[in-house]
Design a protein around this ligand. Structure first.
Ligand code: 2NL
Length: 348
């Protein structure tokens, strides 16, 4: 074997050792440095390729031994590259290589308000314009605030287990059946003048259908002061109707009965579909019922130590679903709580 060649082989082995030291000491902190390592050692014109190309000059009897050394060097370099790449991605910087930060983000779809919230907010806004404050109260009520204080006698059918969700009997706790209970709490705490509206969810033990549900929403109003008259009630509600349904809307009152008001009335508005000419919505009467109202019963004022000789008041109650039905033509109460996106998307 040619001595000259042996010397050059020795030199090559030494050179490989030097490379290995350099590779072992190689540190990177950026994607560019990682790429520089790859180009320098593993690239098509890199050091590993050039060392491997020495094989063609190795004499046949040394090829096996030399091949093993060169292959080991190649594997060593490749493994070092993988380690560097891993340490780099563990530092969380791989993103700088893989992610294009200039791309637009994933869109976040914007939701819409529930139709009942839209209408409730509108109702609250209109009464706020007339100086009504908003009051809220608990959905779990006691018998006093939901029934007794409001003049509903012990044997009133509304108290029946068939109509009301009782959570406990004796003492009675129940899911409020109207937001009048909130007004009862206001009268308990506050002396006249009182001018509040009470929006909220109420519960009744009903079989669920297109026209009945076991929960729905109310806005009730209460105004107690000196010299409050039925004329004030009429003008207040007329203002509300014109704001809600437009200036051409008409109102009419029909006598009715509620235990908490005397006298009591139900109010209709001219049909929002036909304007009073008669259509299927108003059953060809030209009118649709929207709320109940009346002058606060003197017994109620007494219950809250408000002198009925000095003070009078009016009250009203309406269903948010009903107003929503007239405004948006929703003809099935179940739609409000089914969370069907196709229904909800229609209200913007
Ligand atoms: C209806 C009828 C009504 C009231 C609610 C009320 C509350 C107090 C005192 C007097 Cl604290 N009245 N509320 C009065 C008349 C009718 O609601 O059809 N609601 C959906």
């Amino acid at each position: 074997m040619n001595l000259l060649y042996l010397r050059s082989m020795e030199e090559l082995l030494k050179q490989i050792e030097v490379y290995k030291q350099e590779i072992a000491a190689y540190e990177i902190s950026t994607a560019d440095e990682l790429e520089n390592f790859r180009i320098k050692f593993l690239g098509t014109k890199g050091i590993v390729k050039s060392v491997m190309s020495e094989m063609k000059n190795v004499p046949l009897e040394n090829k096996k031994e030399f091949g093993l050394i060169l292959n080991a060097f190649k594997t060593y370099t490749e493994e070092r590259f993988e380690r560097l790449k891993e340490s780099f991605s563990l530092n969380g910087q791989q993103t700088a290589v893989d992610i294009d930060w200039s791309l637009p983000g994933d869109p976040v779809p914007v939701g819409t308000r529930h139709p009942l919230s839209i209408v409730r907010n509108q109702m609250v806004f209109i009464f706020k314009c007339l100086g009504f404050a908003v009051a809220e109260g608990p959905e779990i009520e006691d018998d006093w605030h939901n029934f007794t204080a409001l003049n509903l006698p012990e044997n009133h059918p509304a108290r029946d287990m068939q109509d009301t969700f009782y959570l406990n009997k004796n003492p009675d706790y129940l899911l409020r059946t109207h937001t009048s209970s909130v007004q009862a709490r206001v009268m308990e705490k506050q002396k006249p003048p009182i001018r509040v509206i009470c929006p909220g969810r109420v519960y009744r033990n009903e079989t669920i259908s297109a026209r009945a549900h076991c929960f729905f929403h109310q806005v009730e109003g209460l105004y107690v002061d000196e010299n409050v008259s039925f004329a004030d009630l009429k003008q207040t509600l007329y203002f509300f109707v014109k704001e809600m349904f437009g200036k051409d809307a008409k109102i009419r009152f029909r006598p009715s009965y509620f235990p908490f008001t005397e006298p009591s009335a139900e109010m209709d508005i001219s049909c929002t579909v036909c304007g009073g000419k008669g259509c299927s919505l108003c059953k060809y009467t030209g009118w649709v019922e929207i709320l109940g109202c009346g002058m606060v019963h003197p017994k109620l004022l007494e219950n809250f130590k408000i002198d009925p000789g000095k003070y009078t008041g009016f009250a009203f109650g309406m269903g948010v679903e009903r107003i929503c039905q007239l405004k948006f033509r929703v003809n099935d109460l179940r739609l409000y709580s089914q969370n069907d996106i196709r229904f909800l998307r229609q209200f913007t």
